[in-house]
Structures are given as structure tokens and as C-alpha cells.
Design a protein around this ligand. Structure first.
Ligand code: FES
Length: 236
């Protein structure tokens, strides 16, 4: 994904709301200026003199209406953006390609694999910590971990903000109220009620498949199967 697009994807819903309201107010200003120019162009000096009071009132009314309309559009689009970006487009099955290639990519890179359409991260589960995972996790989560993968929902379990990965600390760090999660999505600090939610991840015919039809609740606070401390300074 190109860097500017990646930056947009990491904006929180409040960033998006601010940008869109600002854009709405800016658009309203442009509409008001256009209406004013059109009013001034209509008729000669006498007509302008006669209708001055009426034009000014109409201009003000139209300006106020334009501001409200633009703000409303901004709020509605922000709401839609919030829902789409915090939940991702769930309910689909994502085929991510060769499991071997993804394992080696995650081993080499200090970043998780991010799917902006599905709204999830694919991270590596360390093989050395599997005995601990076997003690704590069950079912499809454990199946994915045995294959070396965990698929994490991008939404913070506190209030739904998108949680970016901090490459300095190697943790997921929520910019909204400071929740922090380890690289496998287990809650380390902050107000979130549990670790990051996750999806079933399995390997079919050598290919990684993430099924977002059912969101699995993140692990309870205190779950720490990897004992991963921060690798460096925190981002938030
Ligand atoms: S939304 Fe993430 S800490 Fe509040």
C-alpha cells in the first residue's frame, strides 16, 4: 500500500470527523461566496439599491442553510467512515496467499501484515510460546496459533478506534485513550476490557485463509502468553 494511503488508514475516527467538518465548512464558505457574486451580478445600480436589504437577507439565509447542509453531510460521511473503518468489511473470507511466504515475510519484517479492506492484522504467533497458548486458548484460535498465525481485528475493544501497530515498541497502541496490546493482541495496559478481538485463521492447501464471518472476543485482561515487553519507546 502506498505510504499516503497507509497514513489515511491510520487516522482515528475523530481525525476523520475533524477533517470532514472542516471540509464542510470550507465548502459552505465557497457556496456563500458564489451566491454573493451571483447576487451582485444581477441588475444595475438602481435595482441593486432597491433590493439591497432583500438580497442581504436572502444571502444570509442561503449561507446559513449551506453551512448546515455541509456540516450534516460531513457528520453522516464521518459516521459511515467510522463504522466501516472500525469494523472492517466483515463477513468475508480472505485468501492471503502462501502460508510459507507469509511466515517468512512476518519473520523478516518488524511489522504485521495489514489488510485494510478486511480491517484486520495478521501477526505471527511465536512457536516457542505454543505450550503457554495450549494452556490458555481453545478451538479455532489455537488451530491458527499452531500454524503460526493470529488474525486480529483492528478495532480497539475499548471504544472502537482503529489501533495502529507501533514499530518502535512492537505493540499495538490505541491513540484514543491509550490502550496497549502486545504483538499477539493481548491487553497490556489501558482501559480496554480485553485483548484485541480476532478471527479464525487457517491454512488450506498451503494458503492462509482468514474468515471474518465471526468475531472471536479477545483474551481476558491478564492473559500474557508471550511475555513480550516493549522493544522500544511507545508511540502513544
Ligand atoms: S478506544 Fe482505544 S483506548 Fe479507548
Amino acid at each position: 500500500m502506498p505510504a499516503p494511503l497507509a497514513a489515511v488508514r491510520l487516522l482515528t475516527p475523530w481525525d476523520v470527523l475533524g477533517i470532514e467538518v472542516a471540509a464542510g465548512v470550507g465548502a459552505a464558505g465557497l457556496v456563500a461566496v458564489a451566491l454573493s457574486a451571483r447576487g451582485a451580478a444581477r441588475g444595475g445600480p438602481e435595482r441593486e439599491e432597491e433590493g439591497k436589504g432583500l438580497d442581504r437577507r436572502r444571502f444570509l439565509e442561503q449561507g446559513v442553510l449551506a453551512v448546515f447542509a455541509a456540516a450534516l453531510v460531513g457528520l453522516v460521511t464521518s459516521g459511515v467512515d467510522y463504522v466501516v473503518t472500525s469494523t472492517g468489511r466483515s463477513g468475508r473470507v480472505y485468501r492471503l496467499g502462501s502460508a510459507e511466504a507469509l511466515r517468512s515475510r512476518l519473520r523478516r519484517s518488524a511489522e504485521p501484515y495489514y489488510d485494510p479492506v478486511g480491517g484486520f492484522y495478521l501477526v505471527a504467533y511465536p512457536a516457542g510460546d505454543l505450550p503457554e497458548a495450549e494452556r490458555v486458548y481453545r478451538g479455532v484460535e489455537l488451530v491458527g496459533m499452531r500454524e503460526g498465525f493470529v488474525a486480529l481485528d483492528q478495532a480497539c475493544t475499548h471504544a472502537g478506534c482503529r489501533v495502529p501497530f507501533c514499530s518502535r515498541s512492537q505493540w499495538f497502541e490505541c491513540p484514543c485513550h491509550g490502550a496497549r496490546y502486545s504483538a499477539v493482541g493481548e491487553l497490556r495496559r489501558g482501559p480496554a476490557p480485553r485483548g484485541l478481538d480476532r478471527y479464525e485463521v487457517r491454512v488450506e492447501h498451503g494458503e492462509v485463509v482468514v474468515d471474518t464471518a465471526r468475531k472471536l472476543p479477545g483474551p481476558a485482561p491478564g492473559t500474557d502468553t508471550t511475555a513480550q515487553g516493549p522493544a522500544g519507546p511507545h508511540c502513544n
